[in-house]
Design a protein around this ligand. Structure first.
Ligand code: LMR
Length: 329
């Protein structure tokens, strides 16, 4: 059956395995929502290659980009039910399940990509991944994209006051929604696959994202202004269905874990390079203006957003992980 038929008729599974019939062949379907030429898209392909190499072809990873298999709204259900073996959602989109992951959405917590890597690939990252346990999915790793900036349609955002009254698309995360509510904007949580059309039809005025996502999804075609606010990070949790994981031979699990460690190291480097590159490409677009926010303005913005930290500390269990992180960032 084709992917499309599969999506319409949920069962049988929405993909057709080329390897059907080969008893020893293990297939992992990996679904994600961004373009291929992005920090997540490229890393997914690299991981697929490495797994195939390390297992001598015993495991094949089929990667489905651009929400072509599942989108933000249905991918987590799909992995829990075993309709897909792997997904790579942003940690922000997982916060309704794992509220403590909102710590990663706190504005102006991280200053550099290195700090992000230290936190996400160290013991704190491990501790955060363990919080997935009740959901029967296993967290294999965290990946990085980069620092988020703000694009807007009608006028540039020079100061946080300029955000007042705007309808700003966010990922669904209470911390992110509060962030925009704190400056008098209206946060609108919608699926990534709808952002372009909603910007185009003016049902939203602005959005926050990395240079890589803004470039690869062409948001610059429907927004005129971008401000380098660097107010938060965007990153991913690489998830695998737990039952499927447990069904794998130990040797294969080891190969997959090794492939993941290698991919993760590579991924953090690539993410930084790609965002730099894509920012350059954005600078070259006519009709699209980029402004740097001054350090002084960033400081004011940060202070204005401090209620998000209060919200996090008072509403989230295990919020003391923030103290651990603040020793690193
Ligand atoms: C977004 O929804 O803006 C991002 O999560 C997309 C992604 O997965 O990078």
């Amino acid at each position: 059956i084709s992917i499309q038929q599969g999506l319409l008729f949920a069962k049988p599974l929405p993909y057709d395995d080329e390897q059907k019939g080969l008893d020893t062949q293990i297939t992992i379907h990996l679904s994600h929502v961004v373009a291929e030429n992005t920090p997540k898209g490229l890393a997914a392909s690299k991981f697929a290659e490495l797994v195939e190499e390390k297992t001598n072809g015993e495991v094949k990873v089929h990667v489905y980009p651009n929400a072509s298999l599942f989108n933000d709204e249905n991918e987590f259900n799909a992995i829990q039910s075993g309709e897909v073996e792997m997904i790579i959602p942003t940690f922000s989109k997982m916060t309704s399940y794992v509220p403590n992951w909102q710590v990663l959405d706190l504005p102006y917590l991280f200053n550099t990509d290195d700090e992000v890597q230290k936190v996400l690939t160290g013991p704190i990252g491990e501790q955060l991944l363990e919080e997935l346990e009740p959901y029967h999915v296993k967290g294999l790793s965290f990946w990085h994209n980069g620092f988020k900036h703000i694009t807007a349609v009608d006028y540039p955002i020079h100061t946080f006051e300029d955000l007042k009254g705007l309808r700003v698309r966010t990922m669904p995360s209470k911390a992110l929604e509060r962030q925009f509510a704190s400056v008098g904007a209206t946060p609108i949580p919608i699926s990534f696959s709808e952002v372009f059309t909603d910007l185009e039809s003016n049902s939203i005025d602005a959005q926050e994202n990395t240079a890589s996502n803004i470039y690869s999804k062409g948001f610059y075609k429907v927004q005129q202004h971008m401000t380098l606010t660097k107010h938060g990070i965007l990153g991913y949790a690489v998830l695998i269905n737990e039952k499927f994981w447990k069904s794998l031979p130990t040797k294969i699990q080891k190969d997959i874990e090794e492939a993941m460690v290698e991919t993760t190291d590579w991924q953090f480097e690539q993410a930084v390079l790609m965002n730099e590159n894509d920012l350059h490409k954005l600078e070259q677009q006519t009709g699209f203006e980029i402004y740097d926010m001054s350090e002084q303005e960033r400081q004011r913005f940060k202070e204005k957003l401090s209620p998000v930290y209060d919200y996090y500390r008072t509403n989230v269990e295990n919020a003391n992980i923030l103290n651990e992180m603040q020793k690193i960032v």
